[in-house]
Design a protein around this ligand. Structure first.
Ligand SMILES: Cc1cc2nc3c(=O)[nH]c(=O)nc-3n(C[C@H](O)[C@H](O)[C@H](O)COP(=O)(O)O)c2cc1C
Length: 230
């Protein structure tokens, strides 16, 4: 196993941030380090122990640029939406200021995405975007929410484990999804069999500039925890 940072478990869980501006594009990442992160990710649970996830590790600069261009094309659509980071008004100046900082950081990543030495595309066998009445391979007719839960409940924890394992090794990541406006084009670039395999996100992966990160600001506990009743 490669060396890990001296972080407590709670510290790891609370300081694994969406890293953009502090990605160090100049430092290469050894293959074994990435493999260790994937091995850790594979300890996440899957329904029926299917283990139907895949991680496409993209080092090729031409493919990185092609994926970054798709991301940028997706972000052009996203920034026009009311839910885009820069357009949301929480009615709270402090929270709005955080949004503006995130937006600046997101603009930086948008411009420099291809510079990350590695891009990671976590994938899962089986799509969730089927017509409502479709028979799902291996599942038959299943409520959409159950299929969504099975698929996202498999790939999201595994991806988060990958991100935690990366942070433990001095690497930064950021869950991004905007290239999925053009998922099929990304599948073509990477040879992913689109009808059978769904991409979950696109992670830049790079060593971080410095390894100290703070916890993010979050809403008060009692606004999200519901004891016995909503
Ligand atoms: C499902 C999901 C999609 C996201 N998509 C993007 C994205 O496309 N681009 C981006 O820069 N950040 C994206 N993020 C990162 C969030 O903006 C980030 O979590 C937020 O800035 C809070 O930062 P923190 O995680 O460091 O607290 C995404 C996060 C999640 C969970």
């Amino acid at each position: 196993m490669s060396e890990t940072l001296p972080l407590g478990l709670d510290e790891l869980l609370t300081t694994t941030r969406s890293v953009r501006r502090r990605l160090d594009f100049s430092k290469p990442i050894a293959r074994e380090v990435i493999e260790q992160c994937v091995e850790i990710a594979m300890q996440a649970p899957t329904p029926s122990n299917l283990q139907n996830w895949h991680f496409v590790i993209v080092r090729d600069p031409v493919k990185r640029m092609a994926l970054a261009d798709l991301y940028r094309k997706g972000r052009e659509i996203y920034v026009t939406l009311p839910s885009a980071t820069a357009n949301v008004d929480f009615g709270d100046p402090a929270r709005n200021a955080i949004q503006q900082r995130i937006e600046k950081s997101a603009q930086y990543l948008n411009k420099n995405f291809q510079e990350a030495p590695v891009l990671v595309v976590p994938c899962i066998e089986g799509r969730t975007d089927l017509p409502a009445d479709a028979e799902v391979p291996g599942w038959g007719h299943v409520p959409s929410v159950l299929l969504q839960s099975a698929q996202w409940g498999s790939i999201a924890p595994a991806t988060w484990s990958f991100m935690l394992a990366a942070r433990a090794r001095g690497l930064g990541t950021c869950w991004t999804s905007l290239h999925l406006y053009f998922e099929e084009e990304a599948a073509d670039i990477l040879g992913i069999p689109y009808p059978d395999v769904m991409q979950a996100c696109l992670l830049p992966l790079a060593y971080t500039k410095g390894t100290n990160f703070r916890s993010g600001k979050r809403d008060p506990l009692d606004s999200i925890v519901h004891w016995d009743d909503w």
